[in-house]
Design a protein around this ligand. Structure first.
Ligand code: PMP
Length: 414
């Protein structure tokens, strides 16, 4: 028996600790490149105009505050599924079960719990590197599943190590093992597979009968177009789970999860809205799996919360508002692309040592800069610039005003 009073203090997760340190910093030109949240060109939080409009609509509707069903708001889920899979797959697919979750994190957690209890894989394969919470979630929710890293980032090319990734899955994965894939805008590297590379990954997944957990936290952020950013998910769906595949096919994985976050693409970070979609082969029945997921939700949160679901549904259900939202997403993606180009050209202009083209080639909210732990620490201590120790920079903290300061500081620590 452990004395609760003797438990050791654990450190805060790095991104939260960084934000707290940044908030305490009194330096006037401090820069927060740590947290993965969108900021406008004045480094302020941005409520999407389409979301503002939906808020007003809801306010005028004088909505009530009743409990949702355990699986969540069905109107929200229909729209969330359409957004992810496209209207065609979403309307015809009976082999997709969807549940509302506590944002993308809740979806990842529910997926891990379900896999640990019902799929019982030996291993979960996680990209090296990845969003740090993947490790913690699987440690907490699936302690009996061994976490293994698959190669992803190649520091020499600053690109994807596809051969290493596929070789590791080929040689080490067993039937029903889980592999976590970032659907787009890989966090932290900003490097996504090309379409040809995705197809090769899907072939290995099928041959090895792996259970994919797609983590989709940045749909729309990568390219500015939500359909383009969901391409890999839709391609895996058609390559692995459509009727055309024979039901006798021995090489069909047991299923696939998609963890959908609406935090970033709707700017609804604190509202905690997301969904978990389970896809199973069309010749199997979804009822049992859905019931088990519902039971896990019941034990964890009883039923999900209303506000975010209402906002997302209100936006996506209104053609005009949906078009405005698409424009909002495009604006966010474009601003990030613009500051990528600005930072690169500024670094080149002032003669910062090295090749900075990767900053512009990477995609999504982050840049994996290649800066060392010591350099990151020096940026923080001497220049009040905050970013993750692995060299990940959240580009949303950059703007036209501070980019020269940041570039100068980088040159200084090199
Ligand atoms: N997955 C990845 C890869 C992420 O980067 C994030 C957010 N940082 C999430 C999931 C979860 O986001 P949220 O819980 O805020 O929706």
């Amino acid at each position: 028996l452990r004395n609760v009073g003797d438990l050791p203090v654990l450190p805060l997760p790095e991104s939260f600790a960084l934000t707290a340190a940044y908030n305490d910093d009194q330096f006037p030109n401090k820069v927060n490149l740590g947290q993965g949240v969108y900021r406008d060109n004045n480094c302020q939080p941005w409520v999407l105009p389409s979301v503002r409009e939906a808020e007003e609509t809801l306010h005028n509707q004088q909505v009530n505050h009743e409990y949702l069903p355990i699986a969540g708001d069905s109107k929200f889920l229909t729209k969330a599924r359409q957004l992810l899979f496209g209207p065609q797959i979403a309307s015809s697919a009976e082999n997709i079960s969807s549940l509302q979750t506590v944002a993308g994190t809740g979806a990842n957690h529910l997926a891990a719990l379900f896999c640990a209890r019902n799929l019982c894989p030996k291993n979960v394969f996680i990209s090296d590197p990845t969003w740090d919470n993947h490790h913690l979630i699987w440690e907490m929710a699936a302690p009996n599943v061994t976490q293994r890293l698959y190669p992803y980032y190649d520091p020499t090319t600053r690109g994807l190590n596809l051969d290493g990734m596929l070789a590791e899955l080929e040689s080490s994965a067993e039937d029903n093992d889980v592999v976590i894939l970032h659907a787009c805008a890989h966090n932290p590297t900003g490097i996504d597979p090309t379409r040809e590379q995705w197809k090769k990954i899907a072939q290995v997944v099928r041959r090895k009968k792996l259970f994919v957990v797609f983590d989709c936290a940045y749909q729309g952020f990568a390219s500015g177009n939500a359909d383009a950013d969901a391409w890999a998910i839709r391609e895996f769906y058609s390559m692995l789970f459509t009727e055309e595949l024979s039901s006798s096919s021995s090489s069909t994985p047991a299923g696939m999860f998609v963890c959908q976050s609406l935090s970033k693409n709707f700017g609804l970070y604190g509202e905690r809205i997301g969904a978990l979609h389970l896809i199973i082969p069309p010749w199997t029945s979804p009822e049992g799996a859905k019931a088990h997921l519902v039971q896990l939700v019941r034990a964890e949160i009883s039923c999900p919360s209303l506000f975010g679901a209402r906002i997302v549904h209100t936006v996506l259900d209104d053609a005009e508002l949906c078009t405005k939202w698409q424009e909002d997403v495009r604006i966010m993606a474009l601003r990030i692309k613009t500051v990528r180009a600005l930072l690169k050209s500024e670094l080149e202009k002032i003669g910062a040592r090295g090749d900075w083209s990767h900053i512009e080639q990477q995609i999504g909210m982050f840049s994996f800069t290649g800066l060392s732990i010591a350099q990151v620490q020096e940026l923080r201590e001497r220049h009040h610039i905050y970013m993750l120790s692995n060299g990940r920079m959240s580009l949303s903290g950059l703007n036209e005003t501070n980019v020269a300061y940041v570039a100068g500081a980088i040159r200084d620590v090199l």
